[in-house]
Write a protein that binds this ligand. Structure first.
Ligand SMILES: Cc1cc2nc3c(=O)[nH]c(=O)nc-3n(C[C@H](O)[C@H](O)[C@H](O)COP(=O)(O)OP(=O)(O)OC[C@H]3O[C@@H](n4cnc5c(N)ncnc54)[C@H](O)[C@@H]3O)c2cc1C
Length: 553
């Protein structure tokens, strides 16, 4: 823990220096003295200390100062550090003001000037106050702190980004934490922009974008080389699988991810069917392990960096990045996966992130303890979500369009749901409208059997309704099906005909696209089996195909 601070404030420099000297002599080993010669300077120092989350143990403040009296300063500064002990330095004539302050601002003590000898008149009083402070004050959190409101989409994005990138942080809800609110308000003078992210070095970011946040949080966002043997786009299970095998087999490997490693799997609360984890593994844990493993073999992993386009300049494949830079390679693996399909019902857009979430939104689970939450969807991911939220929420209602769960879900999950008391399943039912001012308050559900529409209160809505592929970056470069999924290997040869513009004398390899040296793996492929194991397996197979391809470059 950083040394707690004793703040000394006096406008008369000789007095200020004398107090500092005496305090140093006695408290130097345990406390840091910070001095200020005016109320305004002191308030600025307090604000900066708070920003860095440095504990402040004691204010020792002169009562008579121009512009702002000691009492006024303590009233203001005490809002940011309510636990700090407050001592006024007074002259005889100020005694009345000091006594009034005991009630008004919770003054702990007033000291008469001069305080000589300090052994008698200063240290005993302060020792007492400081030991009292030490016994009651909580140890401050020394990492990144994110201050905002629960019902804000931008706050959710920042928390989600940090959590998915395994960057620890402390959440400060400014609706519940008065000190945090004060601090946020001092930084947002005009309009309140959230979240505010505080770093241990005192830096502050207000409503940052992912790349700025990633850079400040120490994640790698830029490549160290201009050229790699293989570049992999997308760090879900398929991309991570390819990175582990590529790097471990000696290829110079870069893995580029726009959000967080782990992809969709990283958002899963519990993956129960992945080989080697008999009790299941959380997506976050699997992502962490795979990321460490890929790094250990020497893969470079860039996060918060999007590939916006791909160009071919034989023998190179060149990727354009969202920061305007480019990287080149001999072989390119597209592992960009899919996104959940959006639910286009009235009222939903402004509430997305504020009670409405796509996917399991694991970071939000604890916020819905004891509440009634709704899940939309009837496939495995919806079932897992329901099981996960049933541990927190009082009640979970699944809204399923099909006439039974078994039509779209693995039987083991159907069985678990049927035996979980606080999960209710409404089949042939859909959400038709979403309601709420700043956060979700209710939804309207429609029963296809009775035709009835009901508006019901809802604390949260978690949506799992299918997928769209991320293939814009290769649009017009490689062949895709009508839904945008990438065609590979045998899917490219029709009636014995190789793809248009294919000049090689061999057929495309199993996971190769219509452009030699560009491969596609995982969910982004046409006909993919959407499973973690298949994605990882394809990542590994793609690397062996890359080796074959590189022999010809
Ligand atoms: C909630 C949930 C639960 C699931 N549970 C299971 C389960 O229990 N068992 C199971 O086997 N499967 C499960 N799945 C399916 C499984 O997670 C997917 O099949 C798997 O993640 C696919 O991996 P992928 O690497 O192909 O793609 P993804 O996981 O989708 O990863 C693709 C990555 O590419 C990144 N990306 C996209 N475009 C770009 C770009 N232009 N530049 C840079 N990066 C980009 C994305 O941000 C993403 O991180 C679940 C899925 C979900 C959503």
């Amino acid at each position: 823990m950083a040394k707690p601070v004793i703040l000394i404030v006096d406008d008369e420099l000789p007095v200020l220096n004398a107090v500092e000297r005496d305090l140093r002599q006695h408290y130097r080993s345990d406390y840091r003295m910070v001095k200020a010669s005016s109320g305004a300077q002191a308030l600025e120092a307090v604000r900066q200390l708070k920003q860095r989350n440095v504990p402040l143990a004691l204010f020792l403040v002169d009562q008579r100062m121009p512009a702002m009296s000691g009492t006024e300063l303590l009233a203001e500064a005490g809002k940011l550090y309510p636990e700090a002990r407050k001592v006024l330095l007074t002259a005889y004539a100020d005694t009345e003001a000091a006594i009034t302050s005991i009630n008004e601002i919770g003054l702990d003590y007033y000291l008469m000037k001069p305080w000589d000898p300090p052994d008698q008149n200063l240290y005993p009083v302060l020792d007492d106050l400081l030991s009292d402070w030490l016994a009651t004050v909580p140890v401050p959190y020394e990492g990144i702190r994110v201050a905002g409101t629960l019902w804000s989409a931008s706050c959710h994005n920042v928390k989600d980004f940090l959590a998915r990138n395994r960057v620890p942080y402390q959440w400060l809800d400014i609706e519940k934490d008065v000190e945090a609110r004060q601090l946020v308000e001092t930084l947002n003078q005009e309009e309140l922009r959230l979240p505010v992210v505080f770093f241990p070095d005192g830096a502050v970011l207000i409503a940052p974008d992912n790349r700025t946040l990633a850079e400040k949080a120490g994640l790698q966002t830029r490549a160290t080389q201009p050229f790699y043997d293989v570049i992999i786009v997308g760090a879900g299970p398929a991309g991570l699988g390819a990175a582990v095998y590529g790097a471990s087999e000696g290829l110079r490997t870069a893995l580029i991810e726009r959000e967080a490693t782990g992809g969709q799997a990283g958002t899963s609360s519990l993956i129960e069917n992945y080989l080697g984890f008999p009790s299941g593994v959380s997506g976050a844990d699997l992502a962490r392990r795979a990321t460490v493993q890929a790094r250990r073999f020497g893969a470079e992993i860039l996060t918060a960096q999007e590939v916006t386009g791909v160009r071919v300049e034989d023998p190179y494949r060149i990727v354009a990045l969202s920061d305007g830079s480019e990287l080149s390679c001999h072989a390119l693996i597209i592992a960009t996966g899919v996104s959940v399909r959006r639910l286009g019902v009235p009222g939903i857009e402004p509430l997305t992130g504020a009670g409405v979430y796509y996917g399991a939104a694991v970071t939000e689970a604890a916020s819905y303890r004891g509440e009634h939450v709704y899940i939309v969807g009837g496939a495995n991911s919806a079932g897992q979500g329901a099981m996960f939220f049933s541990r927190y929420a009082n009640r979970v209602t699944m809204l399923v369009r099909a006439s039974s769960l078994a039509m779209g879900m693995s039987q083991y999950l159907v069985d678990q749901i049927n035996t979980t008391e606080n999960i209710e399943v409404l089949t042939r039912t859909e959400v038709v409208e979403v309601h709420g001012q700043d956060r979700l308050q209710a939804i309207t559900i429609h029963s296809k059997d009775s035709g009835e529409k009901r508006k019901v209160p809802a604390a949260a809505l978690f949506i799992f309704v299918g997928a769209v592929p991320h293939t814009e970056l290769v649009a017009g470069i490689v062949e895709r099906n009508s839904a945008g999924f990438i065609l590979t290997g045998p899917d490219l040869t029709q009636n014995g005909q190789r793809p248009k513009n294919w000049k090689l004398k061999r057929d495309p390899y199993l996971l190769e696209t219509s452009v030699p040296g560009i491969f596609a793996v995982g969910d982004v492929r046409h006909g993919a089996v959407r499973r973690v194991a298949s994605a990882v397996g394809q990542g590994a197979i793609a690397v062996s195909l890359v080796h074959q391809y590189l022999k010809t470059v």
